[in-house]
Design a protein around this ligand. Structure first.
Ligand code: CA
Length: 752
């Protein structure tokens, strides 16, 4: 035994020697690392890594670089791939990053100006057998790294393996189909993974107009009874508007804590899987359309200490929704809500709380053994925001406080009284009534600042440049002058046209938000000699004010348009606003439209205000190019107000959204205070209507006069469409035809 006993001096010498060895092995590498200058040098470096090695990519643009990063680091000495200087290494073109191994760290890279040739930009695996574990991706930027074909599906981040961390990254502007970040549980090696996803900045995700626009998904229905144990903490979701699910949790044991959802459409949905915790999250809707909160499905879920304010969502997209389940549900349908808790949440000026939502013949299993307690619900005018769709005797209500609601819908567990609020410096409102201590979210609840998420060295966008935010350029009457002014203008600029005649000989390509308007009271006139006046390209948006647009000079061929979109897929959405304009004599040949769109293009908003259209052979708005019934459509909002349409051969508006998918909020259609006379009678009008709506989710047609025109036709499909047609006058015009559902059609006048 003596031989094994070291004396103290030997021990000390051994320790010093050991420390020296570690310093020699790791310290120099960690401080400097190897700078590699091209892909061949990178491959050499990565082939021979040892624990503690650091590979730095030289500053500059790396084009078409499919990075495979492998190695076996240790907890104390990971292997790092980083930039010579953070933010100065741009990965562009057909590029991606795949990691496999142990204790790998990636940081400081920027992916932009390109897209992945595979199904992910960053993947924590090379293939099913080679995964990354105990690894970290931090301070990486992915900015608009989109496949140019908006329907082509890919993800930006796929996390496999176990114990990985994805933190302080900046992911903004995903515009094509596919979830932004997914945690995959498809093999045992990726289940019960204990990943951490924290302090990321999830920037603006525009409305996709179909399923596949989630910002985050954890698991899939197939593995949803498996635990993931993923923590999603302190992330900032900035206008993540892709579809109805901002986050879709489809596995068990996940924690969603301390995240901020800023003006984001949709909800954090506990879609599949049990035993999840949603705690201390902040939802600020600021009244933006379809902003929602939390949707509860399944067993043993806890929703506590969350703060929700200014959310407008309805139905499944409500600020708080408790679903009905399907008895003995298949794994991909709706499991009954059981043994769940909703407590100490604060809801301020939110529009809806839905209980037993989705109740129908199939979804008949009502919530049970669930507790709803100590919640503070404040609506300034005393609105009762509960909607109860089925038997809620399985929910135990206790000690919830409402602000001055008369005639409470739920007669137990609620007290209505005057709640006094004050605003804290972090923007949260709390009740000042002393006897309300312990009700609602904790007054110490932290609000993550936008700057605490993502990276400090890459700017967070303020949203896309808006109309009228730039300089104003006034030009004299000349078609050439208009073409040149548009080409030279910057995003947000205004081009003012002096009175007179503008004869335009070329297509005018719109690839930025631009306003074109009359310089004064007198309306300038534009005529055009090509098959379209304006073509909206990727990034474009157009606002027209005070103009006369005349089709008389257009070529004598069928199918001209005043405005058309790019013929190719457009990633971003565009807006088209028309105010105080006159559009006339689009009649040189048949099928002359005001607007013609292509498949795989998407308008965020089309507004027509105070404008007159006359003598037109085609349609005004033909938005029906997504004919595959996949739940896609061409426009989110159409609004036509205070306008007139006379002698129009085809329809005023055709909107088509086919299929049964329920992942979108739109399209929306509004028509009011407008006169239509002799609209739709041309034999080429396939819709045989003035307004043809298929699958539109929200329709309002009010105070219009239809004279000698084709009828309105509405086909109600998908979800729970709301359609109101009221206070219209139908003169020598058939009454509206609504099929496949109920619409509110009332107070209309019908005369010969
Ligand atoms: Ca979805």
């Amino acid at each position: 035994m003596d031989k094994l006993r070291w004396n103290p001096i030997q021990t000390t010498i051994h320790r010093i020697f050991h420390i020296l060895i570690i310093m020699m092995l790791t310290a120099p590498a960690a401080m400097a690392g190897v700078v590699v200058n091209d892909q061949a040098e990178y491959e050499d470096a990565v082939a021979n890594t040892l624990p503690g090695d650091v590979i730095r990519l030289a500053n500059g643009v790396w084009n078409d670089f499919e990075i495979v990063f492998t190695g076996k680091g240790t907890k104390e000495a990971p292997i790092t791939l980083t930039a010579e200087e953070k933010g100065k290494v741009i990965i562009s073109g057909q590029s991606n990053l795949r990691l496999a191994g142990e204790h790998l760290v990636v940081s400081g890279l920027v992916f932009k100006d390109g897209y992945t040739p595979t199904n992910a930009v960053i993947s924590f695996q090379i293939n099913k057998e080679k995964l990354a574990n105990n690894s970290r991706v931090t301070e990486v930027v992915i900015d608009g790294f989109n496949n140019p074909e908006r329907t082509e599906r890919d993800s930006w981040v796929l996390i496999y393996g176990k114990n990985n961390r994805f933190d302080h990254n900046h992911l903004a502007g995903k515009s094509n189909n596919g979830v932004t970040l997914a945690v995959r549980l498809n093999t045992e090696a990726s289940q019960e993974n204990h990943h951490r996803i924290d302090h990321n900045y999830f920037g603006h995700r525009p409305i996709l107009g179909s399923n596949g626009g989630e910002t985050m998904r954890i698991g899939t229905s197939h593995y949803s009874l498996t635990d993931s144990f993923t923590v999603v903490e302190d992330n900032y979701f900035d206008r993540c508007n892709g579809e109805v699910e901002i986050i879709s949790s489809k596995s068990g044991g996940n924690v969603f804590r301390g995240n901020v959802f800023f003006e984001s459409r949709g909800t954090l949905t506990l879609r599949h899987g049990n035993g999840n915790l949603v705690e201390s999250n902040i939802f600020f809707g600021n009244g933006a359309d379809h902003t929602g909160g939390i949707r509860l499905i399944n067993k043993r879920q806890t929703i506590r200490n969350n703060y929700l304010q200014g959310l407008t969502g309805t139905r499944f997209g409500s600020p708080l929704t408790v679903m009905n389940g399907v008895p003995d549900s298949p794994i991909n349908r709706y499991h009954q809500v059981e043994d769940s808790v909703i407590e100490n949440n604060t809801l301020i000026d939110v529009a809806h709380i839905e209980l037993a939502a989705g109740s129908d013949e199939e979804r008949s299993a009502v919530p049970k053994t669930t507790r709803f307690a100590n919640n503070l619900i404040y609506n300034r005018h005393g609105e009762d925001i509960f909607t109860v769709h089925d038997d809620i005797s399985g929910i135990e209500f206790e000690n919830n406080i409402l602000n001055e609601v008369e005639d409470l819908k739920i007669d137990r567990g609620f007290t209505s009284r005057k709640i006094e609020l004050k605003q804290l410096p972090n923007g949260l409102m709390i009740a000042t009534n002393e006897d309300l201590e312990g009700i609602g979210a904790s007054p110490g609840l932290k609000v993550l600042d936008r700057n605490e998420a993502g990276v400090s060295w890459y700017p967070k966008p303020a949203g896309k440049a808006r109309f009228d935010s730039g300089e104003t350029h006034t030009i004299k009457a000349s078609g050439d002058g208009l073409v040149k002014a548009v080409a030279a203008a910057k995003a947000g600029d205004v081009i003012e046209l002096s009175p007179g005649h503008f004869q335009v000989e070329k297509f005018i390509s719109i690839d930025k938000p631009l306003t074109i308007r009359a310089a004064g009271e007198e309306r300038p006139t534009i005529e055009f000699e090509r098959t379209a006046l304006f073509e909206i390209e990727a990034g474009g948006a157009l606002k027209l004010e005070g103009l006369i647009i005349d089709g008389s000079s257009a070529p004598d061929s069928a199918g001209n348009s005043v405005i058309r979109t790019s013929r190719y897929s457009m990633l971003g959405s565009y807006d088209l606003l028309l105010d105080d304009c006159e559009v006339r004599d689009l009649d040189v040949n048949h099928s002359f439209n005001f607007l013609t769109v292509a498949k795989s293009t998407f308008a965020g908003r089309i507004d027509i205000r105070n404008s007159k259209f006359s003598n037109i052979t085609g349609a005004i708005l033909e938005l029906d190019k997504e004919a595959d019934d996949l739940g896609l459509y061409n426009v989110e909002y159409v609004s036509i107000v205070d306008s007139g349409f006379v002698d129009i051969g085809e329809a005023l508006a055709v909107l088509y959204r086919g299929g049964t998918d329920e992942s979108t909020f739109g399209p929306h259609f509004e028509l009011r205070d407008t006169v239509l006379k002799n609209v739709g009678h041309n034999k080429r009008n396939k819709s045989a209507s003035t307004v043809s709506l298929h699958g539109v989710q929200l329709t309002g047609i009010f105070n219009n006069e239809f004279i000698d025109s084709k009828p309105i036709r509405a086909m109600l499909t998908v979800g729970d469409p709301v359609t109101t047609i009221s206070n219209n006058h139908f003169k020598s015009t058939p009454v509206p035809e609504v099929s496949n559902g109920e619409a509110v059609v009332e107070n209309n006048k019908v005369t010969e």
